[in-house]
Design a protein around this ligand. Structure first.
Ligand code: GAL
Length: 377
């Protein structure tokens, strides 16, 4: 992989209710007040904490040490009213549920799918958990989203978490140390900075799996999306890229002009049928840190702009949500009630030589940044 392999970002989805209960223990760090509190314990007894980050404008985000998860983001509407714009749970139990769909978590070591749960690196085959039909999804049976991360540093507006994934964990080679720093800036951004190093060649694709809903309503179909993307990667029946980079021109995948997500989602299109809606990697035009796209809710005026240095973004419209999961405030999260924009490398890159490389080697440092910026229009 290149010297500085960029990664992914996270953040996500839909909104609802508020972040409500926020009791807390305050900790003094370098003179500034850091708000953190207990968020319970995993079944094997590991303590989980939640950190509340805030800026001077009243924007807040809550980060869990479990999964390095974004539990909430409060952003203003056009009248200045704050509301949580992400899907998630009030308590740890929700996140421990085996059917939990990665709400707000950092997914890794490899976000999205690896075909047939295996890949070859430097001539050696590595076998992974097939946890999604024949494929491996989001790091396998117990990926980064299900691990308790260690807090390395924190302040009123930021927290830095790290996780050491051991050599052989989930079938991947190399001791991989991954760090994620979340910052709430005074420009109303949630900034996510990833870095990673390894002691053996490995593959890496980390992203944030937040589900966003800017309106608090039961659907995101009225949200308007614009994407800085001229091509996407069509998928087979198991959602593995075919290898083609297909032009969006003339298709339901052209979001150069802001378009309601629901406008074409039910079109007679084989790709939309395979994804049960949008569940596709878009190739982001340009390189380096750049605009990926934006989501606008006409009702509240909320606007979320996404920036990243990653080559792709998975646009997922919550097609596997079916109302059985009860989230914050007991709200049932139904079909397409949240959307994800997962900044990332392309799915199945370890098996697709024509895709940008996701290989990280000893001596290299992977570094990547994704920003979710909130305003109104
Ligand atoms: C997305 C993926 C979807 C689905 C979802 C989790 O990243 O593209 O296919 O697996 O995660 O439910």
């Amino acid at each position: 992989m290149k010297k500085t392999l960029s990664l992914v970002g996270v953040i996500a989805c839909a909104c609802t209710i508020s972040c409500s209960q926020r009791p807390a223990s305050n900790t003094e760090t370098k003179g500034a007040t850091v708000e953190k509190r207990s968020f319970g314990q995993t079944p094997d007894g590991q303590a989980v904490e939640v950190y509340t980050l805030a800026n001077s404008k009243g924007m807040r985000a809550e980060i869990l040490t479990y999964g390095a998860t974004v539990r909430s983001i409060e952003a203003p509407d056009r009248n200045g009213k704050m509301a949580d714009v992400t899907l998630g749970f009030d308590t740890l139990d929700g996140y421990l549920n085996k059917d939990e769909p990665y709400f707000g978590a950092v997914v890794g070591r490899y976000g999205n799918r690896i075909a047939k749960a295996k890949f070859i690196l430097d001539g050696k085959e590595y076998k992974l958990a097939a946890n999604n039909g024949p494929n491996s999804l989001h790091g396998g049976a117990k990926g980064f989203d299900k691990r308790v991360w260690t807090v390395k540093d924190s302040g009123p507006d930021h927290v830095t978490l790290s996780y050491l994934s051991k050599d052989g964990e989930e079938g991947y080679p190399g001791n991989l140390e991954t760090t994620v720093k979340y910052t709430v800036t005074n420009d109303n951004e949630l900034r996510i900075e990833y870095s990673a190093t390894t002691d053996k060649p490995t593959v890496l694709n980390v992203t944030n799996h937040s589900y966003f809903n800017l309106s608090g309503e039961d659907t995101i179909l009225n949200h308007e999306l614009a994407l800085n993307s001229s091509k996407f990667t069509p998928v087979d029946e198991t959602l593995i890229p075919t290898g083609e980079l297909k032009s969006v021109t003339g298709t339901s995948f052209d979001f150069h002009n802001p378009t309601a997500i629901g406008a074409r989602i039910n079109n007679d299109d084989e790709q939309l049928k395979r994804g049960k809606g949008y569940d596709h990697n878009f190739v982001v035009d340009g390189a380096g840190m750049r605009g990926v796209g934006e989501v606008h809710d006409p009702k509240t005026g909320r606007l979320m702009q996404v920036y990243s240095d990653q080559p792709g973004v998975q646009f997922y419209t919550g097609n596997f949500l079916d109302g059985t999961l009860k989230g914050k405030g007991g709200k049932a999260y139904g079909f397409r009630s949240g959307l994800c924009l997962e900044t990332q490398h392309f799915p199945d890159s370890p098996n697709q030589p024509n895709f940008p490389s996701t290989v990280l080697r000893p001596g290299e440092k992977f570094a990547s940044t994704t920003v979710f910026k909130f305003s109104t229009r």
